[in-house]
Design a protein around this ligand. Structure first.
Ligand code: DOR
Ligand code: ZN
Ligand code: ZN
Length: 434
């Protein structure tokens, strides 16, 4: 019997080495790898000579907005940006408007994403004073923002943090947190105050508070967007597989605050960009020390006119879905990140943390979520993004990797700048854990 698709003679990574193989896809799953000339008969074939066949990236930290903030981004533009960026699964944060604190809002998001999706979409929920347990089957984790709580009047003292850790553990979910121990009363009036309030000390203190609150060994903590060298050291001291995991963004690895002297919000995000020393240490933590489990975009779209306002007035957050793969694979092609670390941090690591079955690895029986990548020099241009947010601090940056074709569940969704199917056809919503 014919298989559905064969990707012919692409470059696959086996034991950190590039090898030419064909990959067969059948009924949405990977059917097997074949040497040249040994491929099974297929209904369709794609010539992959010169292209890398890689697992689609899993981006476990994105803000796709939608609902009351659809002017910033919606599930259609957000998941188009993901597909064009070689990302086949995204997990959406709960700090939307309205925030995800009830089953009702979660259902609104699921309904919207189901009809607008171009890739797989999973969800996180926040923790209201009375946690809505009916959300549990359809979420992949709980997320808290100690510096900016989703519910008014909540103070992230040790008791509140302890309750959140216990709650997540009870439902066998990871507790994700934005490490920042500043409070909402601390309102910066200048750029300098912004950096002082959201300092590395604040990040480290927040991580320490969550570590102190984690009494049960098996409770799982996930540290969002680590940005400081000191934080990576504290993570290393407490590292325990599966129960303390951490992520880093490309912007914190590749950029530092001093690179942006103009007074606008183009490079304003939380946590802020740090010193060159911090970014170097993040790269080391990712590659040499294994203190970091995954790379995430923290795609946080805002209206373009908001980002060009003076720094202190501009909202925090930058788009990242269309820059993560090119930026990270450039490091691989230039020898600074190994293939093994790329596959671990962008694909299998997030799948492991989220507990999502059959994703993140190209192997027989796993989901055919795949990106074909060409090694090609090009320059990042926000104007070309599918995201509504087109202002990026990576504008004009030279990169060496271009996603050419994106396959979700065995269906080609994106190819050379074109979408091959309409919204709501490929991918699953919501992605559930095992
Ligand atoms: O820069 C940021 N933007 N950091 C956050 O923690 C939130 C995000 C957003 O939602 O815009
Ligand atoms: Zn955050
Ligand atoms: Zn975020």
């Amino acid at each position: 019997m014919d298989v559905d698709i064969v990707l012919i003679d692409g470059i696959v990574i086996v034991n950190d080495r590039e090898t030419v193989r064909s990959l067969a896809i059948d009924r949405g799953k990977i059917e097997g790898f074949y040497k040249h000339g040994e491929e099974p008969e297929s209904k369709r074939s794609i010539d992959c000579r010169g292209l890398y066949i890689l697992p689609g990236l899993i981006d476990m930290h994105v803000h796709l907005r939608d609902l009351n903030q659809s002017e910033k981004e919606d599930y259609e533009t957000g998941t188009m940006a993901a597909a064009a960026g070689g990302i086949t699964t995204v997990v959406d944060m709960p700090n939307s408007s309205p925030p995800v604190l009830t089953r009702e809002v979660l259902d609104q998001k699921i309904t919207s994403a189901t009809t607008k999706r171009y890739v797989n979409v999973g969800f996180y929920a926040g923790i209201a004073e009375r946690f809505d347990t009916s959300m549990v089957p359809d979420i992949l984790g709980l997320k808290v923002y100690p510096h900016s709580p989703l519910t008014d009047g909540v103070n992230y003292d040790i008791e509140r943090i302890r309750n959140c850790v216990q709650l997540a553990n009870k439902h066998n979910l990871p507790l994700l947190f934005h490490p920042d121990s500043s409070t909402e009363d601390e309102k910066p009036e200048t750029r300098e105050e912004f950096f002082l309030i959201h300092s590395c000390e604040s990040e480290v203190n927040s991580l320490q508070a969550f570590l102190d609150a984690k009494v049960e060994y098996e409770a799982r903590l996930h540290v969002c967007h680590v940005s400081c060298a000191a934080t990576t050291r504290l993570i290393l001291e407490h590292r325990a597989e599966h129960t303390l995991t951490a992520e880093v963004t490309p912007h914190h690895i590749f950029l530092s605050g001093g690179d942006f002297s103009h007074d606008d919000g183009v490079a304003k995000m939380l946590p802020p960009l740090r010193s060159p020393y911090d970014s170097q240490m993040l790269a080391q933590a990712l590659c040499k020390k294994c203190a970091i489990d995954c790379v995430v975009s923290d795609h946080a779209p805002h209206i373009n006119s908001e980002k060009t306002m003076p720094f202190i007035e501009a909202p925090s957050g930058i788009p990242g879905l269309e820059t993560t793969l090119p930026l990270i694979l450039t490091e691989v092609f230039e020898g600074r990140i190994s293939w093994v670390d790329f596959l671990r941090c962008c694909c299998s690591g997030p799948a492991m943390i989220l507990g999502i079955p059959s994703k993140g690895i190209l192997t027989e029986g796993y989901d055919a979520d795949i990106v074909l990548v060409r090694r090609q020099e090009w320059y990042i241009s926000g104007a070309d993004f599918y995201s509504k947010a087109k202002i990026t601090p990576f504008e004009g940056r030279r990169v060496l990797a271009k996603p050419v074709t994106t396959i979700v569940g065995g269906e080609v969704v994106y190819h050379e700048g074109r979408f091959m199917v309409g919204p709501g056809i490929v991918g699953r919503v919501p992605i559930r854990k095992v």
